[in-house]
Design a protein. Structure first.
Length: 420
């Protein structure tokens, strides 16, 4: 009996084993093909999952640097600024641009440089003489100037964005003349930025900030005086006068509001090529407070250009005087002016000057019994043929292209001069 039971167990186990072999064989026969897994290359370090590719550290660093450079380039913003000196409305300038019907058009004053003004992101001009209207005073030249508003119209058409009005001639037609001028700008050219004169104390206390290409630029404009005139009590806000403590306060406020601060002071001594002690001291104070750029006017001739170092280690560029843009003055040095050209760059939260130069300019006029013209050229575009017909020869026999070039290099220095 035991022997029979043993035989039955053996037979049963054999059957089970045969069935198991068939099932396994069928599974292998019908399983989908698997790609052969290559043997691991022991010469390369394995990734976290044992099979991932590991990028060399040098490659990761290079990719990181490229991404940072790309981000930096994306954040880089630039702004080009040009600024010219005094538009000085002598009678020869006024009447050289009068039409036969008695109206005025001053486009010719700016025609040769219009592309420079329109191509710049920000173009600035010093309007030396006031637009006082003719209700009380007629249009007039020296000494109490009153210029046609048509000059302002031409400035806007030429591409100027900012008008400087704080000069020693601002009050030449009285306080009503300043108010008339303000109304003219607000009524006819409300989008044009006017500096240095204000309709109220509130306006005077408001720092002007213009944004160009995502760069916030604060601008301040002051004059040393008003040719002996004073402003009525309660109307001191009409004109921004140079006052050390006020300038300090304004620059500090401007630094809080803007990426870049420009000060336009009307200062110095007429017809001197070098800044005086007062200009030097004021410029250093502005630099110490953090002004980034200083562009001066008033001397009617070019003055030097230099970098200043502020007390905080900052750098400030100072053009002490741009001279005249247009005038009827009768000496070679007073017909030589300059256009400041400055490129600002903003990277992240830092804005600085990337490039700066001065382009020499020359005032050209012809006066005869039946023909008047006044216009301004770049010195590089000025020719001996134009020199030959210039009316200055009756006053200054030394006027020539070579004399102008030599004088520009003497005053400003070749390193600052650009022919473009």
């Amino acid at each position: 009996m035991k022997k029979l039971l043993y035989v039955m167990i053996v037979v049963l186990l054999g059957a089970v084993g045969y069935m198991t072999y068939d099932v396994i064989t069928d599974m292998v026969a019908y399983a989908p093909e698997q790609a052969e897994t290559p043997a691991a290359d022991e010469s390369k370090p394995a990734g976290a999952d044992g099979n991932s590719e590991v990028v060399p550290t040098e490659q990761l660093q290079a990719e990181s640097t490229t991404q940072q450079e790309s981000t930096s380039k994306a954040e880089r913003k630039t702004c080009t600024l040009v600024s010219v000196g005094d538009v000085l409305g002598h009678e020869s300038v006024i009447y050289a641009n009068q039409n036969a019907d008695g109206s005025y058009n001053y486009d010719k004053l700016f025609v040769h440089l219009k592309s420079d003004f329109t191509d710049a992101d920000l173009a600035v001009v010093n309007q030396e003489t006031i637009f006082g209207g003719t209700d009380i005073y007629p249009y007039a030249g020296y000494p109490n100037f009153n210029s046609p508003e048509a000059i302002g119209d031409a400035e806007v058409r030429a591409g100027f964005d900012v008008i400087l009005h704080a000069t020693n001639h601002t009050r030449d037609t009285g306080e009503q003349g300043i108010e008339y001028c303000l109304n003219y700008w607000k009524t006819n050219h409300p989008d044009t930025t006017v500096l240095g004169i204000h309709a109220s104390k509130k306006e005077q206390d408001t720092i002007t900030v213009v944004t160009k290409n995502d760069i916030r630029i604060a601008m301040l404009n002051y004059t040393y005086g008003l040719n002996g005139y004073s402003l009525a009590a309660g109307k001191e806000y009409l004109v921004d006068l140079i006052d050390t403590e006020r300038i300090r306060s304004d620059i500090r406020k401007a630094k809080e509001m803007a990426d870049f601060v420009i000060v336009f002071p009307h200062w110095g001594i007429e017809y001197q090529y070098e800044p005086n002690t007062e200009q030097k001291n004021l410029a250093q104070m502005m630099a110490d407070e953090g002004a980034d750029l200083i562009i001066g006017t008033h001397p009617h001739v070019l003055e030097s250009v230099e970098w200043l170092k502020g007390s905080g280690g900052n750098k400030t560029l100072c053009y002490y005087s741009l001279g005249n843009y247009i005038s009827g003055q009768t000496a070679t040095d007073r017909l030589l002016g300059g256009m400041a050209r400055v490129t600002l760059v903003k990277e992240g939260d830092k804005t600085s000057i990337e490039d700066a130069c001065l382009v020499p300019l020359v005032t050209h006029y012809v006066w005869s019994s039946n023909y008047y013209t006044s216009e301004t050229y770049k010195l590089t575009d000025y020719t001996d043929d134009l020199v030959a017909v210039h009316s200055i020869h009756g006053y200054d026999s030394g006027f020539s292209v070579s004399a102008l070039k030599k004088l520009a290099e003497q005053i400003v220095g070749e390193e600052w001069i650009s022919e473009k």
